[in-house]
Design a protein around this ligand. Structure first.
Ligand code: UTP
Length: 288
């Protein structure tokens, strides 16, 4: 089934990254030289997405500027003959009308952010990408769209048992290859009550029925309107699958994950790999 639209919820406060996120959106934090949100958009493009819907909030205008023309910059690069840099910034511009911004007036939760985009989604399945879950290697959304037929789908991976309280946790029923049939999903269960260690990371394909559930505005874990609860409410009506994606995921909403991602992505870049590996080896050796 074709999935052509993607929602990028970027309305969160990013409190775990203060003070960096006081005036700068968390999604604009760079991994090497590219903001998190750009990686997410590029993953969506690689999966065939054609319409990009950002759900923004206060202090998020840098994201809009990032995906728009910067006439002064482009003129300056042209004048200085910096062709490569010019091509880079111009290559980020999507076709007119394919990018839209919806404002979430208050950060009432991920489910609420997605519901804010309901008028942009004319009754079709839509992808959701959380930019702070960064994936190195095979683009996860493409794997999902290739496998998607109907209903709801989430990207899943096993996490340490003491971390279930940070994730949506699914109860697996059957497994076939990368696909897991999901019997239940619970948001942030304590390790003592978690049904498994199979966690949802920030890639989803959701069907229109989820928006009907989100419209009920029920608050869940943390007093927020959670996407997880609306996915759970649809389990008896439509198929619900998890996809064990192939890439390596970094939680860039946390400081440690962000630092690890910077090192891993630097190592994946041919022009940086040797120098960063040499520096890492020397640093580690000098500790001994
Ligand atoms: P997080 O749970 O990481 O929350 O949101 P957060 O506010 O961004 O960060 P912390 O926990 O305070 O540090 C996951 C994703 O959902 C979006 C965020 O922007 C992020 O991409 N989100 C969350 C919204 O768009 N709106 C919300 O109300 C909550």
């Amino acid at each position: 089934m074709n999935v052509k639209k993607a929602i990028f919820p970027v309305g969160g406060l990013g409190t775990r990254f203060l003070p960096a996120t006081k005036a700068l959106p968390k999604e604009m934090l760079p991994i090497v030289d590219k903001p998190l949100i750009q990686y997410a958009v590029e993953e969506a493009v690689a999966a065939g997405i054609e319409e990009f819907i950002f759900v923004t909030g206060r202090n998020k205008t840098a994201i809009e500027d990032h995906f728009d023309h910067s006439t002064e910059l482009e003129t300056a690069l042209l004048t200085k003959g910096k062709e490569e840099a010019l091509n880079l910034v111009q290559g980020m511009i999507h076709s007119p009308g394919s990018v839209s911004y919806v404002r979430q007036q208050e950060p009432a939760g991920l489910g609420h952010a997605i519901w804010c985009a309901r008028h942009q989604i004319a009754g079709e399945p839509v992808a959701v990408l959380l930019a702070d879950d960064l994936i190195l290697g095979t683009p996860a959304l493409k794997e999902m769209i290739d496998a998607y037929q109907s209903g709801n789908m989430v990207a899943v991976m096993n996490v340490p048992a003491d971390e279930t309280g940070s994730y949506g946790i699914v109860t697996p029923k059957d497994e076939a290859g990368q696909l897991v049939t999901i019997a239940d999903i619970v948001e942030k269960p304590d390790p003592e009550v978690a049904q498994s260690t199979l966690a949802v990371v920030g890639r989803y394909i959701i069907e229109p029925g989820v928006f009907d559930k989100l419209a009920e505005g029920r608050k869940g874990a943390g007093g927020e309107i959670q996407l997880t609860d609306s996915l759970a409410a649809r389990i008896s009506d439509v198929p619900f699958l998890g996809l064990r994606f192939s890439g390596e995921r970094f939680d860039c909403g946390s400081k440690l994950g962000f630092l690890k991602a910077n090192i891993a992505f630097a190592r994946s870049r041919p022009e940086l790999r040797d120098d960063i590996e040499k520096w890492l080896a020397n640093t580690l050796l000098s500790q001994k």
